[in-house]
Design a protein around this ligand. Structure first.
Ligand code: NAD
Length: 371
């Protein structure tokens, strides 16, 4: 039994709905296992711009630093699309990653038998898919300077900079190898070494790190080929490691293997303090406030939090099992519902998952009586 402080940053759009669902599921876990989760709430993104004049207020950052882990929804929306760069919601996201040293983003992609028909890909291509994307999160094009508009020889131009320090590459590749060691022992390092110097250095460092992991196989793959292989033969992958932007794009592509962006959780690990857990999807303005969002990505992110930040393996497995059971019973939000199938609301899905977690306890209690 333990007490854990969790900072909750709902953000914008469906971020609010899905974090509310995940918090309720965590409360069900607390009831079942006798833990205490203390939730503290903060603003980030567009709502923080509106209320505090900045996408990442200092009080939000302080609250996150003082917590044991952070649960984030999503940020952004058309309301803020015309804002200057420093007042864009996404700036809050990049800032929290940098400020909290969230260098490694883990995105597991797992096949659910019950969702075999929800993916646009054939069931025999995606059946048994189980891989992990390890995305570098605090370097590369999203952070490099200079970045902005300029005039070159009298002509309007623009620049973004892809910058990595050797140590930044080494630590993310090492993380991938460590994770692969606990899985099927294969790392696919993704780059664009036929064109980019940054990728050639990435490849060199991956080879160096591999020397310390003789039990783990390393293969290199060009990002364009990787994009194709993810669709052609996704079962070949165990752990993929790649730089920030490639990882961003490939993980959205990979979400289609499970049927929806609404299914994919993520963990962002820190070198220095609490880690952050968030779904990989955005704020989905097209369905925000309509009680339609799939809360599973955020609920599974909270399971990752229990396992990786608190070491609560059994509790994490209880959430994952409940999600599997609810899907297997036929409950589907609109994004994964088949044609003609009734889609449940966000609320119904959350209630089902909570009830299943608590039911698991009831079954366990009955078994204990008869044991
Ligand atoms: P998005 O991920 O918000 O939505 C893409 C599509 O997937 C939409 O059709 C949406 O309805 C659907 N979708 C996403 N999550 C879903 C869920 N849980 N359940 C059901 N359907 C879901 O991406 P977008 O439309 O490109 O971006 C919208 C806003 O979100 C933008 O402002 C963008 O900058 C922001 N964004 C934020 C994050 C983040 O906070 N981590 C990530 C990506 C995009």
């Amino acid at each position: 039994m333990g007490t854990y402080r969790i900072a909750v940053l709902p953000g914008d759009g469906i971020g609010k709905e899905v974090t509310k669902g995940a918090v309720e599921v965590l409360q069900a876990v607390a009831t079942r296992f006798g833990h205490k989760f203390d939730f503290a709430y903060g603003f980030i993104g567009g709502e923080a711009v509106d209320r505090k004049g900045t996408p990442l207020p200092n009080e939000t950052l302080d609250m996150c630093r003082q917590s044991d882990a952070v649960l984030l929804g999503a940020v952004g929306g058309p309301k803020w699309d015309g804002n200057p760069p420093h007042l864009r919601p996404e700036r809050g996201l990049l800032a929290i990653r940098k400020e909290m040293n969230l260098f490694a983003n883990l995105r597991p992609v797992k096949f659910y038998e019950s969702l075999a028909d929800s993916s646009p890909l054939k069931a025999d291509v995606i059946r048994d898919v189980d891989f992990l994307i390890v995305r570098e999160l605090t370097g590369g094009l999203y952070f490099g300077k200079p970045s902005g508009r300029l005039v070159e020889n009298g002509e309007e131009a623009v620049v973004d900079t892809l910058l990595y320090k050797r140590e930044e590459i080494r630590r993310i590749v090492k993380t991938a190898f460590e994770l692969a060691r606990k899985r099927r022992k294969k790392v696919t390092s993704i780059d664009k070494a036929n064109v980019l110097e940054s990728s050639r250095m990435w490849r060199e460092i991956a080879e160096e790190v591999a020397q310390d992991f003789p039990d783990v196989e390393l293969e290199h793959m060009l990002v364009d080929n990787a994009a194709m292989q993810l669709i052609r033969n996704p079962k070949q992958f165990d752990v993929l490691v790649t730089e920030n932007m490639f990882g961003d794009i490939l993980s959205d592509e990979a979400s289609m293997l499970t049927g929806s962006l609404g299914m994919l959780p993520s963990a962002s690990l820190s070198t220095t303090g609490p880690s952050l857990y968030e779904p990989i999807h955005g704020s989905a303005p097209d369905i925000a406030g309509k009680n339609k969002a799939n809360p599973i990505a955020t609920i599974l992110s909270s399971a990752m939090m229990l396992r990786l930040s608190f070491g609560l393996d059994e509790e994490a497995a209880a959430i994952e099992r409940a999600v599997q059971q609810v899907l297997a019973s036929g409950y589907r939000t609109a994004d994964v519902a088949k044609k003609g199938q009734r889609a449940v609301s966000t609320r119904e899905m959350v209630n089902e998952i909570k009830a299943t977690i608590l039911d698991q306890e009831a079954i366990w209690n009955i078994m204990a009586v008869y044991a």
